[in-house]
Write a protein that binds this ligand. Structure first.
Ligand SMILES: [Zn+2]
Length: 242
């Protein structure tokens, strides 16, 4: 058991990631648990997801529409409101941690005012345990979100155009970084893991071998659960920012 923190009971959770499906495969069970505890949840998806298809008949335009619909279904599957997904139009595979991206993320943070932000760990270039190279969009997304949370969204004089739009500065309390190898905080998701299965099933355009994919993510939750002393768990690096 490695529970260095008090359990979280967030009220407003914003998941901010690069692609439609990133949250569903990494944090969906935790999000389902927070929704059951009464949290309001919104997703902010930074790219259009327009490159994720091997189907020769799929156009980028159709893929973007399909994946946005799938992401709305993914949030619905864990008990959220499918309307509460915002899509930014950055190109899939082309995401960079620019001032424009940070301004857009800060605007959404100042609008929704989350106490907890879930994003991807920007320091993960590859995983020694899963033998995977991390997608560069995931790294750029995680870095831009951290920059947006601290200090940009907090500081009144940063992006003063937001004040003209009626948005006040905002301090996020906690950031949860998805990191399979080096988590510091675990959520016991044994009771809600079936909802993560439903969230993964919301993405048929991404997973042609659906049963294998679900088995893989259940196995990963068992491995993380073993580390945490739970049946099934999701792990994060937890930063209590303030
Ligand atoms: Zn992704």
């Amino acid at each position: 058991m490695n529970q260095a923190f008090e359990p979280l009971q967030p009220k407003r959770v914003m998941g901010i990631v690069a692609h439609p499906d990133d949250l569903d495969v990494t944090a969906a069970a935790t999000i389902a648990k927070y929704i059951q505890q009464g949290a309001e949840v919104e997703y902010l998806i930074l790219t259009d997801g327009g490159k994720g298809s091997d189907d020769l008949n799929m156009t980028t335009e159709n893929l973007i529409k399909t994946r946005q619909e799938e992401q709305r279904n993914g949030l619905k599957a864990v008990g959220g409101n499918p309307e509460n997904v915002t899509f930014l139009p950055y190109g899939d595979g082309e995401l960079e941690n620019t001032l424009a991206l940070k301004r857009d993320i800060v605007r959404e943070i100042r609008r929704f005012r989350p106490d907890t932000v879930i994003t991807l760990d920007p320091t993960v270039i590859y995983s020694k345990t899963t033998h995977r190279i991390n997608h560069p969009d995931h790294r750029a997304a995680g870095q831009a979100v951290l920059d947006a949370v601290f200090p940009l969204a907090r500081d009144r004089l940063t992006f003063p155009e937001h004040a003209i739009e009626g948005l006040a500065p905002h301090k996020v309390g906690t950031v949860l970084l998805v990191d399979f190898d080096s988590a510091t905080y675990y959520e016991d998701v044994t009771e809600v893991f079936h909802l993560k299965d439903r969230a993964i099933e919301a993405h048929p355009s991404q997973f042609t071998e659906m049963e294998q994919v679900k088995t893989l993510f259940r196995h990963m939750a068992e491995v993380v659960g073993e580390r945490a002393g739970y049946g099934l768990a999701e792990g994060f690096i937890r930063l209590d920012v303030r």
